[in-house]
Design a protein around this ligand. Structure first.
Ligand code: PEP
Ligand code: MN
Length: 337
């Protein structure tokens, strides 16, 4: 971090700033020029509040030369993180295939989809129980009962279950949930992230609708700072001026996150596309770009789905998409097709 001081800074204030930094374990390198004095701060500056420094009377400007996130930063953790979930794992060269309906609607619905996606090679089952809907008049999910039905589907198929939490007060229902999803709308619900940081469950963190890479990583950092390092990053499309697709899938996030972070990265082509016919191509692009997995919405009767029917694949198409994704993954990882 570099602190540029105002011309002729008050010596007493400067001494007290340097003493404060030293007490925080930061080495201060001072270089005095004719017009300006610059302080180079060496050490772990992640806990230094840049706004606090900027507000000091003697400070002209402050620049970070290092990222403000540490635990999720590849610089401090060069190896890829691999997260164990039941008998499967996320990252480490595997292709995680999470599939299932947008929302759990009934026991028959979730169990039948679970069996079908499992037969197509899915490694985990998704299904929303607490649903964040834009309209309060839309189906809000089956809530606790939805989680109970997911547990039944898990018992019948052995698939680990992934479902979204919307509020910390719901955490008790998640005891038998294998991966807790934080939806795009909650990516910056910092109080929720802090609570999840105190659990030992893997967290599937979705990128917010209009958040940049640094903000996304800072949210992962919130969870990790609490002690839970099992975070899976998920790109699900962002808001742009385009309206043809529901969101714009940012494929560049995959190689970017691989550079910036050691956390596994998965793609949700369903919420990006908003249209089922686009989901296959976006899935292939994601795997080709090096994603560690996909989370895809699947429904046996999309026309009558209680949420996100238009973007849901029927099981037969999911089966084709999953097989082709595995072939692409083998090629990307240097194996034979
Ligand atoms: C979902 O996965 O059903 C969901 C609501 O996703 P997102 O938070 O990405 O909109
Ligand atoms: Mn959905």
């Amino acid at each position: 971090m570099i602190v540029i001081l105002k011309k002729d800074p008050d010596q007493r204030q400067l001494d007290s700033l340097k003493a404060w930094l030293k007490a925080k374990g930061i080495d201060v390198h001072e270089s005095t020029g004719i017009h300006q004095t610059i302080l180079g701060l060496i050490g772990d500056t992640t806990t230094i509040d840049i706004n606090l420094l900027n507000a000091l009377e003697i400070v002209e400007d402050v620049k970070r030369v290092q990222e403000p996130y540490k635990k999720c930063n590849r610089k401090f953790h060069p190896e890829d993180t691999v997260i164990k979930v039941g008998d499967t794992q996320v990252g480490g060269g595997t292709l995680t295939m999470i599939a299932g309906p947008c929302a759990v609607e009934s026991e028959e619905q979730i169990v039948s989809i679970a069996k079908l996606v499992k037969a197509s090679g899915a490694t985990m089952l998704r299904g929303g129980a607490f649903k964040p809907r834009t309209s309060p008049y839309s189906f809000q999910g089956m809530r606790e009962e939805g989680i109970r039905l997911l547990e039944i589907a898990k018992a019948e198929t052995g698939l680990p279950i992934v479902t979204e939490i919307m509020d910390a007060s719901q955490l008790d229902c998640f005891e038998n949930v294998d991966v807790i999803q934080v939806g795009a709308r909650n990516m910056q619900n910092f109080e929720l992230l802090k609570v999840l940081g105190k659990t030992d469950k893997p967290i599937l963190l979705k990128r917010g609708l209009a958040n940049n890479y640094q903000e996304f990583l800072m949210s992962a950092e919130y969870i990790m700072a609490g002690g839970n390092e099992k975070v899976i990053l998920c790109e699900r499309g962002i808001r742009t001026f385009e309206t043809y697709t529901r969101n714009t899938l940012d494929i560049a996030l995959v190689p970017s996150m691989k550079q910036l972070s050691h956390l596994p990265v998965i793609i949700d082509p369903s919420h990006a596309a908003g249209k089922y016919a686009l989901v296959p191509s976006l899935s292939y692009a994601a795997v080709a770009a090096g994603a560690d997995g996909l989370i895809i919405e699947v429904h046996c009767d999309p026309e009558h789905a209680l949420s996100d029917g238009p973007q849901s694949l029927k099981p037969k198409l999911y089966d084709e998409v999953a097989a082709k994704c595995r072939s692409i993954h083998a090629v990307v990882n240097g194996g034979a097709v």
